[in-house]
Design a protein. Sequence first.
Length: 239
Amino acid sequence: MIGLGFSSKVMAEAMGTYFLVFAGCSAVVVNKIYGSVTFPGVCVVWGLIIMVMVYSVGHISGAHLNPAVTITFAIFRHFPYKQVPLYILGQMLGSILASGTLYLMFDVDEDAYFGTVPVGTKGQSLMMEFITSFMLMFVISGVATDNRSIGELAGIAIGMTILLNVFIAGPVSGGSMNPARSIGPALIMQKYTGLWIYVVGPLLGTIVGGFAYNLIRLTDKPLREITKSGSFLGNIAKK
């Protein structure tokens, strides 16, 4: 039996991912059809919608909104493995429904495809997805799993990371960093070119990014405890 509390978490993930994909991909579609958003505008929309959703549902489900993030949290024991399948199901459902909504709303043809396909070589796209996903998970680990960070700023930090990464990766790979973001549009429009890149790249990138942050983490103690006695640099030197 699934408890009501956990059901609300899965629903929050589904709704959060729906709005994430709807807003971000809407910007892509509108820009391709009407040309009024511009590429920088698309980047800003992705960053803003992530920030908004983190603050909207982060206190309910953690606002993963990304199967790669969910799996990485589980690997590093920040999230129970038994909840992973339903979280991913909620995220995928949200992405598919959002993609379906956009497909019905707009006359989306091949040129207005709002999914992600490699623009450069497949190798370039894979590396770009890996590196940007690494950066994303590194930031998420810092602001969401380290109790020394300022938690209230998590949404801003994650949103700005997404904005930056889409600026970098958008022209090369589409800047997905999220298997659900790529799989939903691909299923609705049945366009699977290079889809494996947007599963393998983000998953490997987030796992290595999570590992890297855990590797450099100095202590689990809050910053106020570290600085309580002696100098901060002195305490770091002893680690």
